[in-house]
Design a protein around this ligand. Structure first.
Ligand SMILES: [Zn+2]
Length: 304
C-alpha cells in the first residue's frame, strides 16, 4: 500500500490542477442494448497519482506499460463515466458521481445531464456499485440535501454495512477516514429512500446484481440482459491497459486487494468468454467496449 496521507493526496491533486484544464461539457453517448436505451454521461475526471495503478508491480514491466499508456508524469486523469438506463417508464442512474466536495475536476454530472436536456427529476431509481466518493458523493448538494429526492436508492447490503460499521474505520488506512465520513453523510441523506440489494437480485427487469467484491467490501456490478449481455462493472477494471494486461496488479484504491484480483480475473474471463459488452466507470470515455484474450491476458477494445 502506498504511504499516502489524505493531506498529501489532496495536495498532490491540487498541484496537478495547475496543469490540468477543467473538463468542458461532454455530450452524453447513447446506444441501444436489448430493451434498454443506455446513455453514458461524464462526471468529469479525477486527477490521481500514477503510483495508484500498481502498488506492487515489478519495476521493469511497470515502467514499460506506463510508457505505452502515456503515463509519464506523476499523475494521470481518470475519466468518470456515469451510466443512465431507460426502460419503459424507468430512468435508472448507475452511481451519482463525485458532487462538489471531492475534486474540482469532477462533479459535472448534473450540469452535463441538464445541458443534454435530461431532466434529473425524471430519474426513478439509482443503483450504486459502491460507496467511494466518485460514485456516491454526488447524491447530495452543498446543503446535504438529495439531488433527486423522489428517486429510490439501491445499495448492496454488504456495502452499506461496511461503511456504516466499525470496520470502515478499522479496515481502511487512516488517511481515508474522510471517505467514511463522506459515505455516512450521503447514506444518511438517502436512508429513508434506500432499498437494500444483494448479488443475484433483479433490481428492475433485465438488470441483475453481480457479486464483484474486493475494490470495496460490498462492491457490485450490474448485468443487463439483451444480446450477449452488458456488464456495468463499476471499479473492477479501472485502467484500459493496466487492468486488462496485468489483472494481478494491485491498485491502491482496492480495499481487499487479493479479493479484488480474483474478482478482476473472473470478470475478465466471463467478459471474454461471453463476448459481452462492458462499461467501465474509469475507462476512456464513454468506457464502452469488449474484452479479448491476448498473450495469456486480456485487452480492452472500445466500441464506438
Ligand atoms: Zn471509482
Amino acid at each position: 500500500m502506498t504511504a499516502l496521507t489524505r493531506r498529501s493526496f489532496l495536495a498532490t491533486t491540487a498541484a496537478g490542477l495547475a496543469a490540468t484544464a477543467l473538463p468542458a461539457f461532454a455530450a452524453p453517448t447513447t446506444f441501444k442494448h436489448g430493451a434498454f436505451e443506455v446513455t453514458v454521461v461524464s462526471d468529469g475526471h479525477l486527477v490521481l497519482p500514477v503510483s495508484f495503478l500498481a502498488t506492487d508491480a515489478p519495476q521493469k514491466e511497470r515502467d514499460a506499460v506506463f510508457k505505452e499508456a502515456g503515463l509519464s508524469g506523476p499523475q494521470y486523469n481518470s475519466p468518470t463515466n456515469v451510466t443512465l438506463l431507460r426502460r419503459d417508464n424507468e430512468l435508472i442512474l448507475i452511481d451519482m458521481g463525485s458532487g462538489g466536495r471531492f475534486m474540482p475536476t469532477a462533479g459535472r454530472l448534473w450540469d452535463n445531464l441538464q445541458a443534454a436536456g435530461i431532466d434529473k427529476s425524471k430519474i426513478t431509481k439509482v443503483i450504486f456499485t459502491h460507496g467511494h466518493p466518485d460514485h456516491l458523493w454526488g447524491a447530495v448538494d452543498e446543503f446535504d440535501e438529495l439531488q433527486i429526492p423522489n428517486a429510490t436508492f439501491h445499495v448492496a447490503a454488504n456495502e452499506w454495512n461496511f461503511w456504516e460499521g466499525d470496520n470502515a474505520l478499522r479496515g481502511l488506512p487512516p488517511e481515508r477516514a474522510g471517505f467514511v465520513t463522506g459515505a455516512r453523510r450521503n447514506y444518511a441523506a438517502l436512508k429513508d429512500r434506500v432499498k437494500m440489494m444483494k448479488p443475484g437480485d433483479e433490481v428492475v427487469p433485465g438488470v441483475h446484481v453481480l457479486d464483484t467484491p474486493g475494490h470495496t467490501q460490498g462492491h457490485v456490478s450490474l448485468a443487463l440482459a439483451g444480446g450477449d449481455g452488458l456488464i456495468i462493472a463499476g471499479d473492477v477494471l479501472t485502467h484500459a491497459i493496466v487492468s486488462f494486461r496485468y489483472p494481478q496488479w494491485r491498485p491502491a484504491a482496492d480495499h481487499v486487494p487479493d479479493q479484488a484480483v480474483a474478482t478482476r480475473k473472473k470478470l475478465l474471463d466471463r467478459l471474454a468468454t461471453d463476448r459481452s459488452r462492458l462499461i467501465g466507470f474509469h475507462l476512456p470515455y464513454p468506457g464502452h467496449g469488449m474484452v479479448e484474450r491476448k498473450d495469456g491476458a486480456y485487452r480492452f477494445v472500445s466500441v464506438a
